[in-house]
Design a protein around this ligand. Structure first.
Ligand SMILES: [Cu+2]
Length: 313
């Protein structure tokens, strides 16, 4: 009998271990895709911004252990009551109905747990709210059912970003329903302020790898920010049910080097001067009183207003 139990137990443990290996092993083998969902993946998308790193820490290191501990504790209490205090094991139940110590405890302990969580929660909330001085501002406007992006600093007027059709996405090797005809292009390691609004109904600008989600509300401009620490393409989507094609207005953000960003801005006929305060600050003394002949060395669009934009920084 004993060996039978042992056999069942080792079989169960073997099955459990096998299942765990298959479950975790598969997800570990399948390298997480950056900036988009991983087929069969678990957990959140890998983060590439300080906000997302903090959010992942908050979820994985603070919330999950607390949730797990509480769940196991309640499970233990349930099993204990079922086993120890059923009719057979405890034929004459106690008659008391109050216990001050227990009542104070089960009021105080949850309060303390919530206070502990709130310390980290508020820290994260404030981090979302306290945007560092932005290096770049982009405006994202939600339409039924596409996005419009505008770069006021670079004087790039709004351009439209639609969903990339399936055949074109396949041809490009880009994920269909995440790829867009025109990406939002931003420089790496720069604080990007995103102004979000809606033109018709409420939309929402969300990019999971950045940990940002912000409603775009008609008649109102909301603000969020991100600072991406690695070059790449990151996908998001509208996160507010906005009508029949809600699922077909993806967000594609291409994070590139400053040089590539400047080149992109030039290709959009924008001005690159205001985009690089760090560089222009260094360049200001040299450019303070440029001789008329020196103008061609600056970018073609770097005309009179640009030094004022530099001075503003
Ligand atoms: Cu929408």
């Amino acid at each position: 009998m004993n060996s039978g139990i042992k056999g069942v137990r080792s079989l169960a443990m073997g099955l459990a271990a096998g299942a765990m290996t298959a479950f975790w092993g598969a997800s570990a083998l399948a390298e997480d895709l950056i900036g988009q969902p991983t087929p069969g993946g678990i957990d959140m998308q890998p983060g590439v911004t300080p906000l997302k790193h903090d959010a992942i820490f908050f979820h994985n290191a603070i919330l999950l252990p607390i949730i797990t501990a509480i769940t196991l504790f309640v499970l233990f209490l349930l099993v204990w009551v079922i086993v120890r205090y059923n009719k057979r094991a405890n034929p004459t139940p106690a008659r008391w109905s109050h216990n001050t110590v227990i009542e104070v405890t089960w009021t105080l302990v949850p309060v303390l747990i919530l206070v502990f969580i709130s310390i980290f929660s508020f820290k994260l909330l404030f981090a979302y709210h306290d945007m560092p001085k932005p290096d770049l501002t982009v405006k994202a406007t939600g339409y039924q059912w596409y996005w419009g992006y505008e770069y006021p600093d670079q004087k790039i007027p709004e351009f439209i970003s639609n969903i990339l059709p399936e055949d074109k996405a396949k041809a490009k090797g880009a994920p269909y329903r995440l790829a867009a005809t025109e990406p939002l292009v931003v420089p790496v390691n720069k604080t990007v302020r995103v102004l979000v609004t809606g033109a018709d109904v409420i939309h929402s600008f969300a990019v999971p790898a950045f940990g940002v989600i912000m409603d775009g509300i008609p008649g109102r401009v909301n603000e969020t920010w991100f600072k991406v620490d690695r070059i790449g393409t990151y996908y998001g989507s509208c996160r507010e049910l906005c009508g029949v094609d809600h699922a077909f207005m993806p967000i594609e953000v291409r994070v590139v080097s400053q040089a590539d960003f400047d080149a992109w801005v030039v290709s959009k006929h924008g001005t690159t001067a205001a985009a690089t305060p760090a560089q222009t600050a260094a360049a200001v003394p040299a450019a303070a009183a440029p001789p008329a002949g020196a103008a061609p060395t600056a970018s073609a669009s770097n005309t009179t207003p640009a030094p004022q934009a530099q001075a503003a920084h």
